[in-house]
Design a protein. Structure first.
Length: 131
């Protein structure tokens, strides 16, 4: 309904904000390099441009990795993928149901990142500023 999708660059930047690393990696190339080196991006995402539209499964994958969520039994046996990452975030109350290929709107990104930050703060015992 006229909702515009956010970009991969937006998602990468906000994952780094979640990890309190936004000051350390300020341009997309260094952000993407950090995310790749730390396996926060899937290989297929490493080739995408900053302006590429962000899909729900891609965001879920980055967040599961950033939040160190291992996923359920299937993800532990078969390895984390976008579908399993979404299932984990839905289970954690961070993301709502939907298809992994759906584009992420700005409003949805704000809601998901707010919930992810709350989840991370809770897991760190209320210490939201440590990486």
């Amino acid at each position: 309904v006229g909702r515009r999708a956010v970009s991969l660059g937006d998602g990468v930047e906000l994952v780094l904000v979640l990890l309190n690393l936004e000051d350390r990696y300020t341009d997309f190339d260094t952000q993407k390099a950090f995310m790749s080196e730390n396996r926060l991006l899937k290989r297929s995402m490493e080739k995408k441009e900053k302006s590429a539209p962000l899909r729900r499964g891609e965001l879920a994958y980055m967040l599961c990795k950033a939040l160190k969520l291992k996923g359920g039994l299937k993800a532990r046996i078969l390895g984390l993928n976008e579908r399993f990452a979404m299932e984990e975030l839905i289970h954690a109350g961070i993301m709502r149901q939907g298809h992994r290929l759906d584009l992420v709107s700005g409003q949805e990104l704000v809601v998901i990142m707010t919930r992810a930050a709350e989840h991370r703060k809770m897991r760190l015992g209320g210490k939201g500023n440590e990486g």
